[in-house]
Design a protein around this ligand. Structure first.
Ligand SMILES: CC(C)(COP(=O)(O)OP(=O)(O)OC[C@H]1O[C@@H](n2cnc3c(N)ncnc32)[C@H](O)[C@@H]1OP(=O)(O)O)[C@@H](O)C(=O)NCCC(=O)NCCS
Length: 154
């Protein structure tokens, strides 16, 4: 049976380090700015071993998901969904009604009910256009999901 503990954390550097190890682009040389972060969670195994992460930012009036990652051995067990759900519940608690993200795994987010926003309609700065991986090895989509005022968020 899969045992994992989900808890809120302020260990932002650890989260970024974990997410980068799962292939998400975070430049280790670059100083990260965490001033927009309004929530972060880690999924751990005994011994505080991180197996999943998510961060929630509030940027220019939009709630944005970052560092959504699960350790490969633990994928496809529903942990990614649990993390996204947790962050969406926090958005509702903070009074928000929508969450957005730049998704490197659009199929995963589609399964959760996220829909695509065209780059020209994006509420976020879409920095991917200048990235050499864009549409070569990485096919990101800007996506959104509404958050109902009550009932399950997902
Ligand atoms: C994307 C990621 C977080 C998904 O985590 P996960 O724990 O495997 O996701 P879940 O098990 O909760 O999956 C939920 C659903 O999405 C599906 N799914 C998960 N990853 C998928 C993928 N890459 N492509 C298509 N479907 C996927 C699952 O099969 C499941 O479907 P089901 O409900 O019909 O069974 C994980 O694959 C990961 O860390 N990838 C590398 C980092 C990354 O790209 N993160 C996204 C950044 S935007």
């Amino acid at each position: 049976m899969l045992m994992a503990r989900l808890e809120s954390t302020t260990e932002y550097e650890r989260i970024i380090e974990f997410a980068a190890a799962q292939g998400l682009e975070y430049d280790p040389e670059e100083t990260q700015d965490f001033s927009d972060i309004v929530g972060a969670w880690k999924l751990t195994q005994p011994g505080d071993i991180i197996i999943g992460t998510i961060m929630l930012g509030y940027e220019e009036g939009h709630y944005v998901l970052h560092a959504v990652a699960v350790e490969p051995l633990f994928r496809k067990f529903g942990l990614g969904k649990i993390l996204v759900k947790k962050a969406m519940e926090k958005v509702r608690e903070l009074g928000g009604d929508e969450v957005v993200l730049i998704g490197r795994a659009p199929e995963f987010y589609s399964k959760l009910g996220f829909t695509e926003i065209k780059p020209e309609d994006s509420p976020l700065e879409f920095e991917c256009l200048s990235c050499p991986q864009y549409q070569v090895s990485c096919h990101p989509q800007i996506m959104r999901h509404e958050i109902p005022a009550e009932g399950p968020v997902l």
